[in-house]
Ligand binder design. Structure first.
Ligand SMILES: [Zn+2]
Length: 129
């Protein structure tokens, strides 16, 4: 399969995972109702927030991501990719986008870059031999 077709499939699977029931359950379970003032008629007014599983702070819906505790990671094959993407609920958590998720992704990408560099080095050595 050519690389472009492969990329379209991967992107489509990722997009589909955003509409996945289990992912939405994880978001729903992180919901917190906070009392915020009162309506003119005296009724309690609430606002819905989402709790980050890492820092414990509250955020609005646009400020959170659903994180794979064990990363989906680099592509091995389609079965592995789908299993990692549509994983057990216990492997999913809500993280704040800018803080905890960004931090985790940065560390993950850094480690990956190191791994790839080591892989490339090993390949260069093998090509040289
Ligand atoms: Zn956080």
């Amino acid at each position: 399969m050519d690389k472009k077709t492969h990329n379209v499939i991967i992107q489509s699977l990722r997009k589909a995972s955003l509409r996945w029931r289990v992912r939405n359950e994880v978001i729903t379970e992180s919901k917190v109702r906070v009392e915020e003032g009162r309506y003119k008629n005296g009724n309690q007014r609430y606002r819905v927030y989402f709790r980050c599983a890492s820092c414990g702070e509250l955020f609005n819906r646009k400020q959170i991501d659903v994180d794979h505790k064990d990363e989906v990671g680099q592509f091995v094959d389609y079965n592995t990719f789908v299993e990692r993407l549509f994983c057990e609920k216990s492997n999913l958590q809500v993280l704040c986008k800018e803080g905890c998720h960004a931090k985790k992704t940065k560390v993950f990408n850094k480690n990956n870059a190191k791994k790839n560099k080591a892989k490339k080095k090993a390949k260069d050595v093998l090509d040289f031999l």
